[in-house]
Design a protein around this ligand. Structure first.
Ligand code: 3HC
Length: 284
């Protein structure tokens, strides 16, 4: 299965990062968001990222222009009709995702793979909103997608073998390391990572150490590139809260009960880097 044209749906940080990865791998990208303003912002983000790489000498002007030229910004879902593979990274809301997959199933009649980048929702439930669940799987990139080497390929109960192998070939063509996982909330990485992040918030709240010392301890003591509180700010506190809630729903394990401080910060609109305020201040 050869993927030449990829549709990416959603205007968040994931779709724009994946757009860069896919275009760099030589595939054409249709980047779709509901509003022109949102797709324009994503394209501007991509151009900024490419310009930075040219500045650093990692790309030359011609390569940058070629990569940029592979990305088409669209607002109408019907513009994805010729895509071989569509990957959505819209809001983590099962109703929204199901409706999107029902629509994609009609619009993208010839696509070989319809994939979700969900981190916690059931791929099987999403696939059930289509008439062809065998072509639905999870392709889970990590944040920031241009840098993180891993992709989890999620096989739901009805996912076909050709879909799984096509998704693997696609992710490998993007230069990623691929792991296979069954359809359980959090898959491998988030089911193991989020109890740790949650416990870091509980530790801060309990006064175990300061924010800076908790982060410094995990960087220096475990050689992690970021401390847990910095990483929560990168992922987004609202996203992190919804991941923990979904993990708790699936496993009923008290380790996944969100730290009250995390709930409080989300309630206060302190969502991390995206709002300029989280455990750290990004407004300056
Ligand atoms: N987009 C593109 N490139 C980026 C980037 C971004 N958002 N952020 C950093 N980079 C690039 C830089 O340009 C630089 O490239 P270069 O080496 O070619 O010059 C390289 O990455 C290193 O960046 P920096 O020197 O600025 O900073 P660091 O060395 O501190 O690295 C980091 C930044 C890559 C974000 C690193 O701190 C890291 O790996 N952190 C851990 C991230 C992580 O764990 N992500 C997983 C989150 S969980 C998740 O995604 C699951 C989801 O479902 C919630």
């Amino acid at each position: 299965m050869t993927v030449k044209q990829v549709g990416l749906v959603g205007s968040g940080i994931m779709s724009s990062g994946v757009a860069e990865v896919v275009a760099k791998a030589g595939m054409d990208v249709a980047l779709r968001s509901r509003t022109q303003e949102a797709v324009d912002a994503m394209v501007a983000g991509l151009e900024k990222s490419l310009a930075k790489q040219v500045e650093k000498g990692k790309l030359d002007d011609a390569a940058s222009a070629e990569i940029r030229g592979r990305v088409r910004a669209v607002t109408d879902l019907s513009e994805l009709s010729s895509c071989d593979l569509v990957l959505e990274s819209v809001v983590e809301d099962i109703t929204v995702k199901k409706q999107l997959f029902t629509d994609l199933d009609d619009v993208c009649a010839n696509a070989k793979i319809l994939a979700t980048n969900t981190s916690t929702l059931s791929v099987g439930d999403i696939a059930a909103a289509t008439k062809n669940p065998e072509r639905v799987c999870g392709i889970h990139f990590f944040n920031p997608a241009p840098v993180m080497p891993l992709v989890e390929i999620v096989r739901a109960e009805k996912t076909g073998s050709a879909t799984v192998s096509g998704a693997r070939t696609f992710a490998e063509a993007c230069g990623k390391t691929v792991v296979d996982v069954i359809d359980r909330a959090g898959f491998i990485v988030n089911s193991l990572l989020f109890p740790y992040l949650n416990n870091a918030v509980k530790a801060l709240d309990a006064g175990l150490a300061t924010r800076d010392d908790i982060d410094a301890a995990m960087k220096g003591g475990c050689n992690f590139p970021m401390g847990p509180l910095e990483l929560l700010d990168l992922v987004g506190l609202d996203t992190s809260l919804s991941i923990l809630e979904a993990l708790h729903d699936e496993y009923q394990d008290p380790n996944y009960v969100p730290a009250p401080m995390l709930e409080q910060m989300v309630g206060d609109g302190r969502l991390g880097r995206k709002t300029g305020q989280g455990f750290y201040d990004y407004s300056k």
